[in-house]
Design a protein around this ligand. Structure first.
Ligand SMILES: Cc1ncc(C[n+]2csc(CCOP(=O)(O)OP(=O)(O)O)c2C)c(N)n1
Length: 565
């Protein structure tokens, strides 16, 4: 049996039904085998897009995201998406074609020998959990099992499998020799942790607290997406829950969700967090994007952290006084909630109730009306309006205003799936990230800035015109997020940001129409009110003409340190 057929068969055995890729001489055999095993391959127009789409596939949760890229530049093209998966801890399998085994530069002091050869495994090592370079002695089935296991276990992340073309062409009997040469040591997971004393201390502190709050990060996203029981326990506990960008997809399940914190989260949530006296954070890196830059906020807060990654905890403990445990976050959360339930501990304090009915409600409603300046739309308001009802999936681009408007403006609690590569916050992620929704019967809203839209224009080719996709392009004359920086710190010297330079981004209307998609201009609230999501039955690209000088909303500014820096 041909090696690539065995690869395809093994992928199907791991539940892989969809793969993203782009052709090349060193992967043509792989794609040929995938297709013959009825794996649905979506061919995109840049390997970066393949990685972005594969990330969405993992986030949707039916299978792990898989991408196939060819040699040299194809691998390097995919790196932004791989970095995103690494930093947001999203499992991913990357399969690359490679030059012939005896033409590789690995371990040699040469720059290149084989055609289009690049030492991709050396390049991706710092941003993958494990890498494998296959030889003809390896059992592809065994390598794949290890790869899937590593990608999904512990703190999930990408695993890279590099397959030289000569290896791909080998044939062998079904039963293969076991792998004798793993190229990377496997992750060492923490042993089963004794949670007892940590749990007891946490619950004791919780009992003593007046204003407790829990932050749930991406580390518990998948389990909570699937476990109705844990969601019920969380809801019954009445503990106020703050989410992060990577866990925001849980908002619609949690009755006590009170928003997202951090510089680009919700203002009211930040003030709730700031005044809390007990904080339990599970499965989050507890970094500035999640909690802001002002660690002084927490001087009087008792903080309990659970994370599977000891290095991440060590980093936090150097900066903040916390009680922490290295443990598998889902197991911890489950034990914690069951114990709360057994002890009948329900937190329902007056602060929380009034917060929910006043502060949070007022911050999350009617942004359109509140943030429209002299007839010009505010992008937060447009997103708020469009997510009031009927949007099933929300794909948020990583570039500037779209990212902020997506998370601050949207009714996350009314959307089933929120997709974003948050940590890398890269422009131009959203179109490719929406592709896996092409069979979805409900509407997917994609929020993207005009500068970012031009960065990923090529993936318009890949959208299925029948897809129920509403792409909201925020036209604010480009690069507003950077213009804010220039206005604030560079006395409005707008270089390289299009604005006031006589040059502007071109109109998107002819581009959209040349692809045969619906074009929908939005210049006023009346235009927004005319949009009926039920009518979005194919790709519709809406251009919202927003205030090019719109103010950023409630992000915490940089603060001077004691040394004045
Ligand atoms: C790949 C990449 N390059 C550069 C940046 C830095 N950056 C952050 S926001 C931004 C401008 C985004 O412009 P646009 O998409 O027009 O959004 P706006 O902020 O104007 O709404 C830039 C250049 C980035 N985030 N990602």
């Amino acid at each position: 049996m041909k090696f690539t057929d065995r690869l395809a068969r093994a992928l199907t055995l791991h539940g892989v039904r969809r793969v993203y890729g782009l052709q090349g001489g060193s992967v043509a055999h792989i794609f040929d085998s995938l297709e013959s095993y009825e794996i649905n391959v979506t061919y995109l127009h840049h390997e970066e897009s393949c990685a972005f789409a594969a990330v969405t596939e993992s986030l949707i949760g039916d299978q792990i995201g898989v991408l196939v890229v060819t040699t040299g530049p194809a691998g390097t093209n995919s790196l932004t998406g791989i970095l995103g998966a690494w930093q947001d801890s999203i499992p991913l399998i990357v399969i690359s074609g490679q030059a012939r085994s005896y033409q590789l530069s690995y371990g040699r002091k040469i720059r290149q020998y084989g055609s289009q050869e690049a030492p991709i495994i050396d390049i991706v090592k710092p941003i993958t959990k494990a890498t494998f370079l296959l030889t003809d002695r390896d059992s592809v089935e065994e390598v794949l099992s290890k790869a899937f296991n590593i990608a999904n276990s512990g703190r999930p992340g990408p695993v890279w499998i590099d397959i030289p073309i000569d290896v791909q062409l080998t044939t062998s009997k079904d039963k293969c020799e076991p792998v004798d040469q793993l190229r990377e040591s496997e992750e060492v997971l923490p042993g089963k942790t004794d949670l007892t004393s940590f749990l007891d201390n946490t619950i004791l502190a919780l009992r003593e607290s007046l204003k407790p709050v829990v932050i749930l990060g991406g580390g518990v996203r998948e389990t909570l997406t699937k476990s109705e029981e844990l969601i019920q326990l969380l809801n019954r506990s009445k503990l106020p829950i703050i989410l992060t960008w990577t866990s925001s997809t849980l908002a619609n399940k949690l009755e006590n969700y009170i928003g997202i914190a951090g510089p680009f989260g919700h203002e009211s949530t930040n003030s709730y967090l700031k005044s809390s006296d007990f904080l339990l954070a599970v499965g989050t890196n507890f970094g500035p994007n999640n909690i802001g830059n002002n660690l002084e906020w927490f001087t009087n807060t008792r903080i309990f952290l659970c994370n599977i990654d000891p290095e991440q905890l060590k980093f936090i403990k150097e900066r903040l006084k916390v009680v922490s445990i290295v443990a598998e976050c889902n197991a911890f959360l489950s034990e914690f909630l069951h114990k709360l339930s057994l002890e009948g501990l329900v937190r329902s304090d007056a602060n929380f109730e009034s917060f929910m009915s006043r502060d949070y409600a007022s911050c999350s409603s009617s942004l359109v009306e509140s943030y429209t300046r002299s007839g010009l739309l505010h992008s937060h308001g447009v997103v708020e309006f469009l997510t009031r009802t009927g949007v099933r999936n929300l794909v948020i681009d990583g570039g500037g205003t779209a990212l902020y408007s997506g998370f601050q403006g949207a009714h996350l609690e009314r959307v089933s799936k929120v997709i974003c590569l948050a940590a890398i916050s890269s422009m131009g992620t959203a179109l490719a990230q929406s592709i896996p929704f092409n069979e979805c019967k409900e509407v997917t809203l994609v929020v993207i800035g005009d500068g970012s839209f031009f960065m990923c224009l090529r993936e318009l080719v890949s959208l299925k015109s029948s897809q129920r996709l509403l792409v909201l392009v925020i036209n604010n004359k480009g690069y507003l997020a950077i213009r804010h920086t220039q206005a604030q710190y560079l006395e409005r010297r707008f270089v390289g940001t299009f604005y006031d330079q006589g040059s502007q981004l071109p109109s998107i209307k002819p581009v959209v129409e040349s692809f045969g998609f619906n074009y929908l201009p939005i210049v006023s609230i009346a235009d927004l009110e005319r949009i009926n999501l039920n009518d979005i039955d194919r790709v519709t690209i809406a251009e919202a003409f927003c205030d090019p000088d719109q103010r950023p909303m409630w992000h915490t500014p940089f603060v001077k340190t004691g040394s004045g820096s």
